[in-house]
Each structure stands twice: as C-alpha cells, then as structure tokens.
Write a protein of this length. Structure first.
Length: 102
C-alpha cells in the first residue's frame, strides 16, 4: 500500500463556478482525474483502461488538500482519497500496459 498527497483544487478552477454556485464543491470527475494523473505518473508503463467503481462519501471543498492511498494488484488499482484521514472517495481502476489499447 502507498499514499501520496495531491495538490488542492484551487477555488478559481473553472469547473467550480457551476458546481454549485455560492457553495462550491469539487466534482467527482475532477477528483478521479487527479487520481488517474497520479497513477499514470507513478506507473508510466500503464494506462487506466476503465474506472471500475467510484464512490464519493463526502464533499471535497476547493483548496482542501487530500491524499490518495493506493493498493495495486495485477491489472487493477484500488484507491481511497482522504482528507485528514477521513475518506472522501474510493474506487477501483482497471490498468493495462501502456500502448496496448486500440
């Protein structure tokens, strides 16, 4: 098992204006994007083929730092995003060898 910090999503990120006006939260797709970027930087020989599961337990606020905890097995990676030790998101990603997808 490993874990790494992820840079917070800044309050002026373009996607926050409509999600939700006056009370912004970071969209789940942006959290997943940050996880996938981290996985691809950790494992450059792989690509994320599919988001198998994703669950969002509590909102992530703009500017809130979080950590990604990961456990990799052949062909998949389980992850959990945490803020101060509390889970905000979790899921599984299917991984393939880089360049193997058409």
């Amino acid at each position: 098992m490993w874990h790494e910090p992820v840079n917070p999503v800044p309050a002026d990120h373009p996607c926050l204006a409509g999600h939700f006006p006056g009370n912004p939260i970071v969209p789940g797709t942006l959290i997943l994007d940050r996880v996938i970027e981290l996985v691809q930087s950790r494992y450059p020989e792989t690509e994320v083929a599919e988001v198998v599961t994703a669950k969002f337990m509590q909102p992530l606020l703009p500017g809130q730092a979080f950590e990604v905890w990961g456990e990799d097995k052949p062909g998949q990676l389980s992850f959990e995003c945490r803020v101060n030790g509390s889970p905000v998101a979790s899921g599984k990603l299917a991984l393939v060898e880089a360049g193997s997808r058409l």
